[in-house]
Design a protein around this ligand. Structure first.
Ligand SMILES: Cc1ncc(COP(=O)(O)O)c(C=O)c1O
Length: 405
């Protein structure tokens, strides 16, 4: 058997299960979000409306952010010129780290090349370097946290998703003298549910555990200055480490952690995922900083996003299209079958010019396949009407179960 035959055999399993991932070839058009060009297989292009972007507020095309990046490219060039350790630490990185520390009210911040890398590097460093450390991980945590914990080789205890009683039982069962880390997210990206943060923090404090919070789907979006759910709930100062991304609501790319000066210095000094990789381009840092500063001041984008999210939910309800109830900006429409989910997504794209990526296993558990919509402030009322017409047409055609009234 050749290597390619081995690869193809496993790929065929994905295809047979309906879980093979097809990527859409999009070309974003600056100033036109949520419109983008779809490059089709026959080589032509056509405009589609993107309904599944994590550029949640359209900041990736905000004129101030675009200009900040262009200005920094003209000023500093394209790349950082090295790793943070060897010639790659630029002034723009430090400005951004100060901005991030301020965003979360922490002493320090540390930048990474992505949110994935920040979770992976921080959790693997903490778990491997703190003697006898136990990491208590929410069952719904993102792959980047799971992989970081696995790589740390620390003992891992999984607690039931958002279940504080289960967390407490698991904390209570551990020896009192070992270092413990409670790792969780604020907004869970696929169900859009929000954690009971205050209760989690209180239980962690009771057992002397450190709290590790992923705010990737919340920064820029929640809290008066976009500091996330921890800001909204007034809890940021009680959380040991807040992690976030610059690639979603801030519309750029990169990840970060914030915390005490000692914590950030510790990760800076021991995390291979921080040290042994080329630093982010300074222009990326400048653009991200501009985006963060804008969203510290401006409520306009957040308010308009909330309005459009509420409007989409209300119209889905009116049409009896089942969507998961949650408190966030994420609207999951449950299909519960991988093949049907793909078929619906293809149909929406081909017939209605609506792009929504089917969400299948392993991103979500089998049997919970869905279409995940993320309305932004830049989706117009007409965009929402068009989407809901398309969905209700499809629901009637496919005789999918309607929501129980
Ligand atoms: C909860 C969570 N954490 C971290 C990440 C990784 O962030 P980034 O896309 O910046 O790598 C993601 C990505 O979707 C995520 O959903």
């Amino acid at each position: 058997m050749t290597f390619d035959a081995m690869f193809n055999a496993q790929l065929q399993v994905l295809k047979d299960e309906g879980n093979y991932r097809y990527f859409k070839e999009l070309e974003r058009k600056c100033g036109k979000f949520p419109r983008a060009a779809d490059h089709t297989e026959d080589g032509s292009t056509r405009d589609v409306t993107v309904w599944c972007s994590n550029d949640y507020l359209g900041m990736g095309q905000h004129p101030k952010v675009v200009e900040a990046m262009c200005e920094a490219v003209r000023r500093t060039g394209t790349g950082a010129g090295g790793t943070r350790n060897i010639s790659g630490t630029n002034h723009d990185h430090l400005l951004l780290e100060a901005e991030l520390a301020d965003l979360h009210g922490k002493e320090a911040a540390l930048l990474f090349t992505s949110g994935y890398v920040s979770n992976w590097a921080a959790l693997s460093t903490l778990g491997s370097r703190l003697p006898d450390c136990v990491i208590l991980s929410d069952a719904g945590n993102h792959a980047s946290m799971i992989e970081g914990i696995r790589h740390s080789k620390a003992r891992k205890v999984i607690w039931k998703h958002n279940d504080v009683a289960d967390l407490e039982a698991k904390l209570a069962a551990l020896p009192s003298n070992v270092p413990k880390i409670v790792a969780f997210e604020s907004v869970y990206s696929m169900d859009g549910d929000i954690c009971p943060m205050r209760e989690i923090v209180e239980v962690a404090e009771k057992y002397g555990a450190m709290t590790y919070l992923d705010e990737v789907h919340a920064v820029g979006l929640y809290g008066a200055r976009g500091g996330g759910v921890s800001e909204q709930e007034g809890l940021a100062d009680r959380i040991t480490l807040i992690e976030g991304t610059l690639g979603k609501a801030y519309g750029v790319v990169g990840g970060y952690i914030t915390g005490s000066a000692a914590l950030c210095d510790f990760i800076r000094s021991f995390a291979s995922g921080f040290i042994f990789t080329t630093a982010l381009p300074p222009a990326v840092a400048a653009a991200a900083r501009t985006s963060i500063r804008h969203l510290k001041e401006s409520e306009t984008e957040r308010q308009q996003q909330r309005r459009q999210v509420a409007r989409l939910r209300a119209l889905l309800d009116r049409e009896g299209i089942p969507h998961m109830a949650n408190e966030s900006h994420i609207v999951p429409v449950m299909i519960k079958d991988p093949v049907k989910t793909r078929m619906l997504a293809d149909y929406l794209m081909d017939e209605w010019g609506i792009y929504v990526q089917p969400i299948n296993y392993p991103t979500v558990p089998k049997g919970t396949e869905r279409l995940r919509f993320t309305p932004s402030p830049l989706h117009s009322d007409a965009d929402i009407d068009h989407l809901v017409s398309a969905l209700s047409h499809l629901w009637r055609q496919c005789a999918l179960a309607h929501a129980v009234a």
